[in-house]
Write a protein that binds this ligand. Structure first.
Ligand SMILES: *Cc1c(COP(=O)(O)O)cnc(C)c1O
Length: 377
């Protein structure tokens, strides 16, 4: 039997992202889902811990619903369960994930307006303010926190303050930021915030979660356009069953997540993780710029999560060849996603440390065959 348990490379492709050996080891036993060992021993502490991560000011006002599937399933559950039949949703989009919010809403036949500021610009706050003043029928606003397409950190506080000034419900896709970038949902007035197991909390893929204001979720009964993605029903099931999932729970993944949350706490919480990711990204950009690479975004718009770089313009350069050379050296990077821009991306989250980034820069330098080839002619 060859189980191949050694990681041959670090994933710089969130997500999934690189996890610690102890998080992976936590998956090695089976769990009964009818039992308190699992529901009270694993699921309930996760739910309590997530609310504490989301707010220190008013944890009693919030609850969390865990949902099977990748992060998008939780986004779809959130949108489809939050907006009632007669609601109207405004989507702020500046990348693939913002566009996906709009696509989900339209597929669910929700009355939707999309403000698309383009992939290289932050949301237009003046336009948002004016639209909310002019159109009283808009009931909900949704945005992406860290737009993983480019690595742009959207101005969550400024958006939240406009949405709350106009007294609308505020939904956030914080998939790639929650747990890695400090925030307090109660302070910002966020009503729904979604993230998943395999982003900044550094678990393995398999479920997502929505942190919700209880008083808002209580009014969502019957909104859902789907049975399996009904956030209200899933919440009721978890509350009444003390951690019981309505349908088969991804037990091993949930147990690994429990371990990942413990490791987040041992690291020093979200502030310490934010500091590590920030140092990872700083080293990456300094090192890459020294090698002649250019960032897609201005530094001021960057999050510490993921960074886009232009592909070199030398005719000898080929992304797949570069990718393969780096993979041989133990690093996997991400193709670009920005329309019309020839780029690639490198993530700096997961079980990845500043020393790994230093080794990565050395590996990239050694993989820059096109520079040597150009010099050889
Ligand atoms: C990763 C991510 C998602 C969800 O992606 P899945 O592939 O469904 O897990 C959604 N939004 C953002 C901003 C993301 O980074």
């Amino acid at each position: 039997m060859n189980l191949d348990l050694e990681n041959p490379y670090i994933l710089l492709t969130p997500g999934p992202l690189s996890t610690s050996p102890t998080v992976r080891a936590a998956m090695l036993r089976d769990w009964c889902t009818w039992d308190d060992d699992y529901n009270l021993g694993v699921v309930t502490p996760i739910r309590e811990g997530l609310v504490k991560l989301a707010t220190v000011t008013k944890p009693e006002d919030y609850t969390v619903v865990l949902m099977q599937g990748s992060g998008t399933f939780s986004v779809e559950a959130m949108i489809g369960s939050a907006v009632p039949e007669n609601g109207r949703l405004l989507v702020l989009a500046n990348g693939e994930y913002g566009n996906r919010l709009g696509r989900i809403a339209k597929t669910l036949k929700i009355d939707t307006i999309i403000h698309d500021s383009g992939e290289l610009a932050p949301p237009d706050l003046g336009k948002l303010d004016a639209e909310l003043s002019a159109d009283k029928s808009i009931t909900h606003v949704v945005c992406v926190h860290n737009e993983t397409t480019t690595g742009m950190l959207n101005p969550l506080e400024a958006i939240a303050s406009i949405v709350k000034r106009h007294d609308r419900l505020f939904l956030v896709d914080s998939m790639s930021a929650f747990g890695g970038i400090p925030l307090d949902v109660a302070e910002l007035g966020i009503d729904f915030l979604v993230s998943s197991a395999n982003k900044c909390i550094q678990g393995v893929p398999g479920f997502g979660f929505v942190i919700v204001k209880k008083s808002v979720l209580e009014k969502c009964k019957g909104n859902s356009r789907s049975v399996s993605l009904d956030l209200y029903d899933q919440w009721q099931g978890m509350e009444k069953g003390h951690g019981k999932w309505r349908y088969t729970s991804p037990t091993h993944v949930v147990r690994a997540f429990h371990q990942a949350m413990q490791e987040l706490d041992e690291e020093g919480g979200v502030a310490a993780r934010f500091a590590r990711y920030t140092e990872n990204q700083r080293r990456l950009v300094v090192g890459m710029e020294k090698l002649g690479f250019k960032c897609v975004l201005p530094h001021a718009l960057h999050s510490p999560i993921i960074t886009g770089f232009y592909n070199p313009e030398e005719p000898e350069y080929d992304f797949m060849k570069f990718y393969e050379l780096l993979k041989e050296k133990g690093f996997v990077i991400y193709p670009g996603k920005v329309t019309g821009i020839n780029s690639f991306r490198i993530g700096t989250i997961g079980h990845v440390f500043p020393d790994d980034i230093t080794r990565l820069i050395t590996a990239i330098e050694k993989s820059m065959y096109w520079v040597k080839e150009a010099a050889a002619v």
